[in-house]
Design a protein around this ligand. Structure first.
Ligand code: B4P
Length: 187
């Protein structure tokens, strides 16, 4: 099973991805986590992307596609992947389709977490207190939301056209959202 968790910044994709991975043994493919790890390790890539992440802009398609491609064999061995925060542009989605097809695989479901703007802003403030991420300020969050509207939202019709998109209410508690995702996955 290959699942994409889709939604605006702070919708809870990472939170739900971790739960799916521990429940079903799939591999967690979070481009956000991979980029933050590169930054923490001080690699060339980490240095290249730090300012982009801090502004709330998107890192180049080429970089994130290469990060994902590298991890696909691991996901195949595990019998499934949860894509978290990827794809975020139409170019990334097309590249992912091509990669999966070339490996005799495919995306099975795209779970869209629906959360309104007020709740997303509340969660930024919460995560800023708990994790101290450099992109968790209200100002950067506004830019991330604008970027989502312009670059990522067009993926909704893209995956609806492939009949893979399922809307899940992301406004409830973590457990309530998890139950909605399980239902959408038929589990
Ligand atoms: P990401 O790491 O993907 O960040 P995210 O969208 O903010 O997080 P998510 O939706 O996973 O929210 P979370 O579970 O943490 O991206 C960071 C940056 O990396 C991007 O801005 C970009 O620069 C770069 N990047 C990443 N992928 C890229 C790509 N493909 N292409 C280009 N650039 C890319 O939850 C948020 C908070 O809410 C947490 O505090 C959590 O505890 C809380 N929460 C979660 N569920 C809740 C619930 N049900 N109720 C109450 N609180 C909840």
């Amino acid at each position: 099973m290959n699942v994409i968790l889709f939604g605006p910044p702070n919708a809870g994709k990472g939170t739900q991805a971790k739960r799916l991975v521990s429940e079903y043994g799939w591999v967690h493919l979070s481009t956000g986590d991979m980029l933050r790890a590169a930054r923490a390790a001080g690699t060339e890539l980490g240095k290249q992307v730090a300012a982009i992440i801090d502004r709330g802009d998107l890192v180049s398609d080429e970089i994130v596609i290469a990060l994902i491609e590298e991890r696909l064999p691991e996901a195949e061995k595990a019998g499934g992947a949860v894509f978290d925060g990827f794809p975020r542009t139409i170019a990334q989605a097309r590249a992912l389709d091509r990669l999966m097809e070339s490996r005799g695989s495919q995306i099975d479901k795209v779970i869209r977490l629906k959360v309104d703007r007020e709740e997303l802003t509340r969660r930024v403030e919460k995560r800023a207190r708990e994790e101290g991420r450099t992109d968790d300020t209200v100002e950067v969050f506004k830019n991330r939301l604008d970027t989502y509207e312009a670059e990522t939202k067009p993926l909704i019709p893209y995956y609806a056209g492939q009949e893979k998109l399922v809307n899940v209410d992301g406004m409830g508690s973590v457990d309530e959202v998890a139950a909605g995702i399980d239902k959408a996955l038929g589990r």
